[in-house]
Design a binder for this molecule. Structure first.
Ligand SMILES: *[C@@H]1O[C@H](CO)[C@@H](O)[C@H](O)[C@H]1NC(C)=O
Length: 523
């Protein structure tokens, strides 16, 4: 338009020079304004379009769709899931992408620099980065959190909101806690599907730092292991007594239901349960169902009450008891000279077969000045006394009772009291990665029963030698802590790692068995 005006003006007789100058100025201003508005328009378009398209491109590049962390698709944390990956090309149109992804995208990539982006992707845990991909059965609440008073809100496949650690259902305290392994594993694996950085409480920082050993997948064909979230130990603790009107107690009822549930599952039938993970940590838990489900990998405290066909070290994982005394963590604890008691033992003395060595040792040690060896269940105000006793003793005795293992070993470890293990059949947690001889003293039962043998051995351990073991105890204590949110190297992560190692040999078996499935012959 401006141009047309200029041309028309030129046709007319020449105006005076001052008019021509004014006209030239007006034309210059008009052209400048036009250029400026064009630039502004283009620029604003770039600003709107850039974040989405840039992010879409990046995500296509690093093959981890943003949908993994948006919560839109938290049922498919795998990132491999075709549903979420097909939606990535669809978002290459910036406008449709912005509509679909705007909320989460802005939260995740607000002008994030390269460094920040890299840090974030490192803290994200998905099926690609985890060592173990875990499928969790959506058992009804009565098998797990229902026992903790959580009602499940009537939905069949519901799980508690685990974003706020303090709001998660609590396990009953006291001695029940010793076998609470299934509870900690379940909380941890549920939280693995949360986007990093979520959480409503002050604990969300810790959830973001969740180690990436195991991750939950909802696509069964991606799973390395099928986790059965039955709180078997609590079921034994709480529901073993027959209530009025019941023909079988609730513990038995739940086990029967569980067997029925699993036997109907395609995933169980496929490999006969071999790639399933069940946690009957209490030696008496799942007494009725353990044989029927024995193909599965168990997480146990020991093999004392199992026949070797049902449970053995080849397929099963030994997990620590949760300690009940106060833990020193990796912090300072009384050193050699601040521990006046040489050897400490407190527990029941008269036990069934296998625990005879306790009685023998009691006779040998009861009159020694610097030995604390007494009866007493932990029940009567015992936890506080045990905490005090173990933290003022150099050595803590772990003597086979009616089962080869006991919580005392783990109470001793977190008290930094060097354990003396007198239990020939004991199996120790994570022994393939931990060398217990660095922080424990092992004594054969036959030797311990000889007069004078044990005291001579313990008095012969020098201050330096003892201190070396004590330093090592400080280092390993964290491997025996159960907590939620879980932290790197704690008992929860150690168990997942142990399961992952064991699954390798299970998978070797399964793959070998599958060699000829194409040609039809069954082995
Ligand atoms: C699960 O994963 C497999 C293998 O990657 C894939 O073929 C299948 O379509 C997936 N199933 C669902 C429901 O996403």
């Amino acid at each position: 338009m401006v141009v047309v005006v200029v041309v028309e003006r030129k046709m007319q007789p020449l105006p005076p020079p001052e008019h021509r100058r004014a006209l030239r100025f007006v034309v210059f201003m008009a052209v400048s304004l036009l250029a400026l508005s064009c630039w502004a328009l283009v620029n604003s378009r770039i600003n709107v379009a850039m974040p989405y398209s840039a992010f879409v491109m990046r995500d296509v590049v690093d093959k981890t769709p943003a949908l993994t962390v948006t919560g839109v698709e938290d049922r498919h944390p795998a990132g491999l899931d075709p549903a979420s990956s097909t939606s990535v090309p669809a978002t290459s149109d910036a406008t449709s992408g912005s509509v679909k992804l705007s909320g989460p995208v802005i939260r995740r990539e607000p002008l994030a620099g390269e460094r920040e982006r890299r840090e974030r992707s490192e803290t994200r845990c998905d099926a690609d980065s985890a060592a173990l991909r875990v499928y969790v059965y959506d058992l009804p609440a009565e098998f797990h959190f229902g026992m903790l008073g959580w009602d499940g809100k009537g939905k069949p496949a519901a799980w508690p909101d685990v974003r706020d650690a303090r709001a998660a259902p609590h396990y009953p305290g006291g001695l029940n806690l010793q076998h609470s392994v299934a509870y900690w594993l379940t909380l941890d694996i549920l939280s693995s599907a949360l986007p990093p950085g979520t959480g409503t409480g002050s604990d969300d920082v810790v959830i973001r730092d969740r180690p990436c050993v195991a991750v939950r997948v909802t696509n069964a064909s991606l799973a390395d292991v099928f986790f059965v979230p039955f709180f078997a130990s609590l079921s034994y603790n709480r529901h073993s007594k027959l209530r009025r009107g019941e023909k079988v107690n609730r513990n038995r009822f739940l086990q029967a239901e569980l067997v029925r549930y699993l036997m109907r599952k395609e995933e169980w039938r496929r490999w006969g349960g071999k790639n399933h993970l069940i946690v009957p940590h209490h030696p008496n838990s799942m007494m009725e169902a353990r044989k029927k489900l024995s193909a599965a990998m168990f997480v146990l405290s020991d093999f004392g009450r199992y026949s070797p066909h049902v449970a053995n070290l080849k397929k099963d994982v030994i997990a620590p008891y949760m300690h009940v005394v106060r833990s020193f963590g990796d912090g300072d604890s009384p050193a050699f000279d601040q521990r006046p008691i040489l050897a400490y033992f407190q527990g029941a003395i008269h036990r069934k077969a296998g625990g005879k060595v306790r009685q023998k040792l009691y006779q040998l040690l009861k009159d020694e000045r610097d030995v604390h060896f007494t009866y007493g269940s932990v029940r009567q105000n015992g936890i506080r006394r045990a905490t005090a006793g173990m933290s003022t003793s150099k050595f803590c005795l772990n003597i086979a009772g009616d089962t080869p293992s006991s919580n005392r070993l783990f109470d001793a470890i977190v008290s930094h009291c060097v354990p003396v293990i007198i239990s020939d059949d004991i199996e120790l947690p994570f022994e393939d990665v931990l060398d217990y001889s660095e922080f424990c003293v092992f004594v054969r039962s036959a030797d311990a029963a000889k007069r004078g043998f044990l005291l001579r051995l313990l008095r012969g351990i020098s201050r330096d030698e003892w201190t070396k073991m004590w330093m090592r105890l400080k280092k390993v204590t964290r491997h025996f802590e159960y907590q939620y949110p879980s932290r790197s190297g704690d008992a929860v992560q150690m168990i997942w790692s142990a399961v992952a190692r064991k699954m390798h040999s299970v998978q070797l078996q399964l793959h070998k068995r599958g060699r000829f499935q194409r040609t039809g012959s069954e082995s």
